[in-house]
Design a protein around this ligand. Structure first.
Ligand code: SF4
Length: 596
């Protein structure tokens, strides 16, 4: 027999040969996949390091950042905010980051690297930087590139020679849970309530500065006063004592509560909540802030187009090269900027969570097809969804309540949060609310909302280059503009270059908005039958009308501050016996006052 028989000597050899053959066949069939990516395990940031390690963060406005830093410091952390990202930071981001990222990635990643390089130039060794600093940022797993930020930070840090630098995550989809799970960064009740206050205060202060500065009589006064006011609020957040209400109870109550941990913790939590929100120190700090800001003298008779800013989260928030210093530019060009609070984004996340829970319930309900007589199952299906909706609904109400309460304590003129249900409804014919990523349907919803309610003269959408969700909503906006003919909408792609081009496009659209604002003002003035000098004379005789927190009732259908103001002053003159006898031109119908 000419057959070559292979002699197999042992059981182990059979296994070995079998494995080799299996590997060969898997390879031929293409079943061998490269190893899965696993999120690198970050070196722990431990509680013992708190006195030595500085937490870095950034990406908001200076008002938000200062207030957030104060909360960190008040909770015993060393903390620094990064400078506002600039073009050199963008270039560093491009140099060390991946290709094809969106604009905010380059700016924010480059900004961190630039800061670490600055520390190195200041004399710190790389090892000292790795040991003594950590970066705190948000993370997500959404469909846009936001989900890649964390990996992008690590990749660029490694390329720039800072491999091992710690990036801690605060996942936006996980609420208050620390994704890092490291005990060095502990989410206590004081920290949570402090952050809630810091975010709301930052939003409201940001809204106010853009409402007041265009009308200030003494140039530079608003910036100076706001600097002092934010510093004052930071002092309050930083020096807040951690209250344990149980410690204030009589000894016998304390002794009883100490035996019942759950009750003691609940009492303490409510005590802290009360102290952070309604405590005497906090309310006094708000009062001082309000009085400081109200000392700025304003002239509301300056006719200015109101420009509503929308767009991508970071591009519409940053105040530097990341959006071509757009807010400064608009103010220099004579506009009043209407900014977007971060609170809208949080409200959007909660609204979406609720809408998704409803949409998914038919497949998630515990009993799929109960018979008509199976009342228990029907009830379980009903109550299961309601429980979820009540939970999210309570969160929504509390979020809105605390934001508006802060706004009311700080003068009451900050804009209210736009209703999420209406934004989704207005966007729906153009953009499905379940198309996630970036601002989702918000860009379209806000454009329609601010236009149909006549809350602005122009909408400017700031969209970073390479932004996938913004490109989608840009495509849709042409259909929106076709439907709302009097809408002035301009999308601007922000990037590390092209500032002059962007400014000149804005200038052109702003020209139209100015004409619209002027025409509106003249129509309103005419409707009062009074002359501008008459109105001005009345304002000069009544100094309270020059205070920023003087409440001018909102008129439906009037967007401009000056137009609203003349209508209101004219109403006051009508009620004032000393002034109303002045001659007036026959009255044209004026828009109605709303109860806002
Ligand atoms: S929304 Fe756009 S710009 Fe922002 S992270 Fe996502 S892809 Fe980038």
């Amino acid at each position: 027999m000419g057959t070559n028989l292979i002699r197999i000597k042992s059981e182990a050899e059979i296994k070995e040969r079998l494995e080799a053959e299996r590997t060969r066949l898997r390879k031929i069939a293409g079943l061998d996949q490269p190893a899965h990516f696993h999120r690198p395990v970050e070196r722990a940031f431990t509680a013992e390091e708190r006195n030595r390690v500085t937490i870095l963060f950034g990406g908001f406005t200076w008002k938000h950042e200062d207030l957030i830093r104060a909360v960190f410091q008040g909770c015993g952390y060393r903390c620094e905010n990064l400078p506002v990202p600039d073009v050199p930071a963008f270039q560093i981001g491009k140099e060390f980051g991946n290709n094809g990222q969106c604009n905010p990635t380059y700016f924010t990643v480059g900004n961190l690297l630039q800061y670490l390089q600055f520390l190195e130039k200041e004399g710190l060794s790389r090892q000292q930087i790795l040991d003594n600093y950590v970066f705190f940022t948000a993370g997500s797993c959404g469909p846009c590139r936001f989900g890649m930020y964390e990996a992008e930070y690590r990749f660029a840090l490694k390329n720039a020679g800072f491999d091992g630098f710690r990036v801690l995550l605060f996942k936006d989809s996980d609420g208050i849970k620390a994704a890092s799970g490291e005990p060095g960064l502990k989410f206590t009740q004081d920290f949570g309530f402090g952050m809630l206050n810091a975010l709301n205060l930052g939003d409201v202060m940001n809204d106010l500065i853009y409402q007041i500065r265009p009308f200030e009589i003494n140039a530079g006064e608003t910036n100076r006063v706001f600097r002092e006011t934010v510093d004052g609020l930071c002092e309050d957040l930083k020096n807040r004592k951690s209250l344990l209400i149980v410690d204030r109870a009589p000894a016998w109550v304390k002794a009883k509560l100490n035996k019942k941990k759950m009750i003691r913790d609940t009492v303490n939590a409510f005590g802290k909540w009360h102290e952070h929100m309604w405590g005497k120190d906090y309310l006094n700090a708000l009062k001082t802030a309000r009085e400081r800001m109200d000392s700025i003298e304003v002239d509301r008779l300056r006719v200015k187009p109101v420009v509503k800013i929308t767009g991508e989260f970071w591009a519409q928030l940053t105040e530097g090269d990341g959006n071509f210093h757009m807010f400064d530019f608009l103010e220099r060009e004579g506009a009043q900027v209407l900014v977007e609070p971060i609170a809208t984004w949080v409200a959007y996340l909660m609204y979406q969570a609720k809408a998704r829970a409803i949409a998914k319930w038919p497949v998630k309900r515990p009993h799929q097809n109960p018979k008509w007589y199976e009342a228990k199952q029907h009830f379980a299906n009903y109550i299961g969804l309601r429980k979820r909706l009540w939970g999210i609904g309570a969160g929504q109400r509390m979020w809105n309540f605390f934001y508006h309460r802060t706004a009311d304590h700080l003068g009451g003129i900050a804009h209210r949060l736009a209703p999420q249900a209406e934004l989704a409804e207005l966007a729906h014919p153009f953009y499905n609310q379940f198309a996630r990523g970036g601002e989702g349907h918000l860009e379209v919803g806000k454009n329609v909302y601010y236009t149909i309610h006549k809350l602005c003269h122009m909408v400017l959408a700031l969209k970073p280059f390479g932004c996938m969700p913004s490109s989608q909503s840009d495509g849709v906006q042409s259909a929106v503009i076709n439907k709302f003919k009097d809408m002035i909408f301009l999308p601007i792609e922000t990037s590390g270059e092209g500032e002059v081009n962007a400014h000149s496009r804005v200038q052109m659209a702003l020209g139209e908005a100015k004409v619209k604002a002027k025409a509106e003002f003249e129509q309103c003035l005419k409707s009062t039958g009074r002359s501008l000098p008459d109105i001005r004379e009345y304002v000069d005789a009544h100094p309270e009308l020059k205070r920023p927190f003087y409440h001018v009732p909102h008129r439906e259908g009037v967007a401009g501050t000056a137009a609203q103001f003349v209508l209101h002053v004219s109403d006051r003159i009508d009620r004032d016996t000393r002034f109303r006898k002045r001659a007036r031109v026959p009255v044209v119908t004026a828009p109605a006052t709303s109860g806002d």
